[in-house]
Design a protein around this ligand. Structure first.
Ligand SMILES: Nc1nc2c(c(=O)[nH]1)N[C@H]1C(S)=C(S)[C@@H](COP(=O)(O)OP(=O)(O)OC[C@H]3O[C@@H](n4cnc5c(=O)[nH]c(N)nc54)[C@H](O)[C@@H]3O)O[C@H]1N2
Ligand SMILES: Nc1nc2c(c(=O)[nH]1)N[C@H]1C(S)=C(S)[C@@H](COP(=O)(O)OP(=O)(O)OC[C@H]3O[C@@H](n4cnc5c(=O)[nH]c(N)nc54)[C@H](O)[C@@H]3O)O[C@H]1N2
Ligand SMILES: [Mo]
Length: 768
């Protein structure tokens, strides 16, 4: 039985049980440990673990009363099931060494000592044989906290001569690049209380009722709804958010958002609703008179009016592309422009697409045309990132190798890294010096499950002459973990300590207190990385003499030096949370918009770059315009491949999982059973009824799942929740409804990001 800890963060409540004979048996104390989750859903929910005799009795969570006048950090159904998911008998319990073919999932148990020795050996061998740039740490978000395994692995590799780093994420590659391109910074967000001053809210590719973004998003959206502020959701699916907020739903075809923006901009201009003075003063490139002097391309206005291509971007033009009726587009545009201020808020769904950058640029253009930038109640659109408070982080160790790839292109770097140059997104040097020969994948499932085109990735990784060593840590034998050469048992947030931080925005800091003893021989990654460091002669440099609590305390104290409101460490740790009080509202770009001469935007021109000279000068693998505007994407609504694969398949983040986490917890299945959403007309045309087993396929793979025939999706579109654990049968057909057997590995033009929502497929009925 697991012993409970004697940390100072316990509160005690007396408990007793009644037997059937009404005899009262006193029990040992029930104690409550305050902690916070650290997986990569938007929540960093507060968890009160009720513990007795080393066992978790139940988890409870934050309340509005405890939160006071700040957004409550309330756990959802997933959060309240953490112990059921994580403290499960299927947990990995010992270090494992691969004995079968790579990917086969056959391992034998080894000791920690042997594991550390073998890791050190490969670490040195690969470094010496192929150079430091052959070593790569994957994007992996199972521990999204200050002291994260992936940052620690990078720290050790940097101290050991270097490694190939990445930039971007699977979350926000396009939206970050497009926001930075136009505003010069990713921080385009205002505090969410601004929405209560809006007269109209557009949630665009955004489903925060289901994708926990951060606590403040739904907190303020619900209040906006209560105040009667109209909310419109633009999404191919009638999402939970439409229902939760009683919103109006405008469905559109996936990956056509930029065309909808173009037509809205056209209407706003031609109806005389644009703020010309703002465009002239704060932006570059709206009309010909405000193009950069060395621009070779056309202005935004010229494009909208079709001066060169002869195609005015009218609502009728956009209707053919987006499937949104022209009259709806016209009315949406005039309502947005007339409601001053209005907030056009982007989720990340519309940008996880081929040409995902262009929808974001279109949305920012609309915010500029209507002068919703820099005003309370408006919204600059773009990422919406905001950072009001200092955050804890490990001290910076420079990476001597310096080169980076876009994270989504790591499989290319395994396959033919030495051919990759700036054209493919390489930064910090001309050309990679090596292919990736060693992968360190700690607390992540992007090796297989969360990356695109699972069949291609699996074939690539099965070839041990390409990547020679794969090191993984996880809690379970996930689809990625099966591809490890050495697989190490980690510990969940219930078994270890950390500091948690807000996800996208939020004004708090959380402490992840340990609740129970580690399962089996599970260890936090820092502990064995320190032993590898010792073998490499780097122990002192790596650990600086600190254990995990020592590092957490040091990182906290560094933040506290900048944030005098924070309490002393012990107090913070005991409470498990600190919520900043009395933060004044923040409006992004207020100064820049009021006086761009004195406060220029951090772009090369000092203005919002509707026309980008950076783009004009750069080289891309696919055509990429210097201005916003719809470009028909591969596998989009207009790709001739439609003839063979006529359904546009999108993914979505489901309330039932955090990515792939909780997929093995059947209690959560009923929240949103894995189903393929299909419109009745598409289902009827294929003889498919609700509940039928279907196979979804394209040239990349096949997956079997169950059809949900519903009017809640645009005709011609299907949706499948991302994150189900890939489970191939003997013929390679996935049985789990794992969308990444169907998604494409080709990246987006500017960001070189993941187009995982842009897929053409066909669907057929099949035997259960
Ligand atoms: N429950 C839960 N919450 C999560 C996560 C999770 O796994 N589970 N993950 C967290 C993480 S790391 C992230 S990055 C975020 C992800 O947040 P998002 O990327 O915003 O989530 P998605 O569900 O992919 O997309 C949001 C909506 O966009 C819609 N959409 C798809 N394609 C298009 C399109 O072409 N145009 C438009 N207009 N809409 C489109 C989808 O139908 C969906 O309803 O969520 C975070 N929150
Ligand atoms: N098709 C498609 N693919 C997508 C997306 C999409 O929308 N569509 N979304 C993308 C996005 S936005 C993201 S952020 C990525 C997320 O991709 P990942 O970061 O790979 O996400 P998870 O599935 O959450 O994987 C986390 C892993 O960590 C393990 N884990 C959890 N807690 C701990 C711990 O404390 N210690 C250790 N050692 N392990 C732990 C879990 O078992 C799990 O295997 O997926 C991307 N993939
Ligand atoms: Mo993400």
């Amino acid at each position: 039985m697991r012993r409970f800890l004697t940390a100072s963060c316990f509160h005690s409540t007396k408990a007793c049980i009644r037997t059937p004979f009404l005899q009262v048996i006193p029990m040992s104390d029930e104690r409550i440990i305050h902690t916070t989750g650290r997986n990569n859903c938007g929540g960093r929910c507060i968890i009160h673990a009720h513990v007795r005799d080393g066992e978790i009795l139940r988890l409870t969570t934050d309340t509005p009363e405890a939160a006071g006048n700040t957004p409550p950090l309330t756990a959802c159904a997933r959060g309240l099931q953490y112990h059921k998911t994580f403290l499960h008998p299927d947990r990995l319990k010992t270090p494992l060494l691969r004995v079968g073919e790579r990917g086969e999932g056959k391992f034998r148990t080894i000791s920690w000592q042997e594991a550390v020795e073998r890791i050190t050996e490969q670490w040195i061998r690969i470094r010496d044989a192929y150079g430091v740039g052959s070593r790569y740490v994957t994007y992996a978000t199972g521990v999204s906290a200050a002291f994260s395994p992936r940052s620690l692995a990078k720290r050790l590799l940097a101290l050991d001569g270097g490694f190939l780093d990445y930039y971007n994420s699977y979350s926000t590659a396009c939206i970050e690049h497009a926001t930075r391109l136009m505003y010069g910074t990713e921080l385009s967000g205002s505090s969410r209380d601004n929405w209560l001053k809006s007269k109209l809210i557009l949630l665009w590719g955004h489903n925060p009722s289901e994708t926990h973004f951060d606590a403040s998003t739904m907190y303020y959206l619900r209040q906006a709804k209560e105040r009667g502020i109209p909310i419109i959701v633009i999404d191919p699916r009638r999402s939970d958010t439409v229902k939760a907020l009683g919103a109006e739903w405008i469905p559109l075809r996936p990956a056509t958002d930029a065309a909808l923006c173009d037509a809205m901009a056209y209407v706003i201009w031609t109806e005389g609703l644009a703020d010309k003075a703002f465009l002239d003063r704060c932006c570059v490139g709206f009309d010909d008179a405000h193009l950069p002097s060395d621009a070779t391309g056309e202005s935004v206005l010229s494009y909208l009016l079709g001066i060169i291509d002869g195609v005015p971007k009218t609502p009728a033009w956009a209707e053919r592309i987006t499937g949104v009726p022209a009259e709806t587009i016209r009315s949406l545009a005039t309502r947005y422009a007339a409601a001053k201020p209005a907030a056009l808020i982007l989720g990340y769904g519309a940008q996880r697409h081929a040409y995902g950058e262009q929808g974001v640029r279109g949305a920012i253009l609309l915010a500029c045309m209507t002068r919703n930038v820099g005003v309370p109640g408006g919204w600059a659109s773009g990422t919406g990132y905001m950072n009001r408070h200092a955050l804890p982080h490990l001290p910076f160790v420079p990476n001597p190798y310096r080169m980076e790839i876009p994270t989504f292109r790591w499989t290319d770097a395994v396959d033919h890294g030495h051919e990759m140059t700036a054209l493919h997104g390489v930064r910090g040097g001309d050309r990679l010096q090596s292919d990736i020969k060693m992968i360190v994948n700690l607390a992540g499932n992007c090796l297989i499950n969360q990356h695109s085109d699972i069949n291609r990735t699996a074939a690539l990784l099965r070839d041990t002459s390409k990547c020679e060593f794969i090191l993984c840590s996880d809690l379970f034998l996930t689809p990625s973990a099966r591809f490890a050469d050495i697989l190490l048992p980690g510990v969940s947030f219930l078994e270890s300590e950390n500091i948690t931080m807000p996800w996208e925005c939020g004004d708090f800091l959380g402490y992840n207190n340990q609740v129970v003893e580690p399962i089996g021989e599970g260890r936090f990654e820092y502990d064995w990385l320190s032993e590898v460091a010792r073998n490499l002669g780097l122990e002192q440099a790596f650990t600086e003499g600190l254990d995990t609590p020592g590092w957490l305390r040091r990182m906290y104290d560094e933040v506290r030096a900048k944030e005098p409101q924070l309490p002393p460490f012990a107090e913070f740790k005991e409470a498990g949370i600190y919520r900043y009080q009395n933060d004044p509202p923040l409006v992004a770009f207020e100064r820049e918009c009021a006086d761009p001469e004195r406060h220029p935007f951090p772009t090369p021109s000092g203005r919002i770059e509707l026309y980008s000279m950076q783009v004009q000068k750069a080289a891309f693998e696919q055509p990429f315009p210097a201005i916003p505007g719809y470009v028909p994407p591969p596998e989009g609504a207009q790709d001739p491949l439609h003839e063979r694969y006529p359904i546009q398949l999108i993914g979505y983040h489901t309330k039932r999982r955090c990515h792939s986490i909780h997929d093995n917890n059947p209690n959560l299945e009923k929240l949103d059973p894995q189903r393929l959403w299909l419109h009745p007309t598409d289902a009827a045309a294929r003889g498919i009824s609700d509940g039928d087993t279907v196979e979804v396929f394209n040239d990349r793979g096949r997956t079997r799942t169950i059809a949900c025939v519903t009017e809640n999706i645009m005709p011609g579109v299907a949706a499948l929740a991302q994150g189900a654990w890939y489970d191939p049968d003997e013929s390679g057909v996935d049985r789990a409804g794992s969308i990444n057997v169907l998604t494409s590995w080709s990246s987006t033009p500017l960001a070189r990001g993941n187009p995982q929502h842009t897929n053409l497929v066909e669907v057929k009925r099949t035997d259960p």
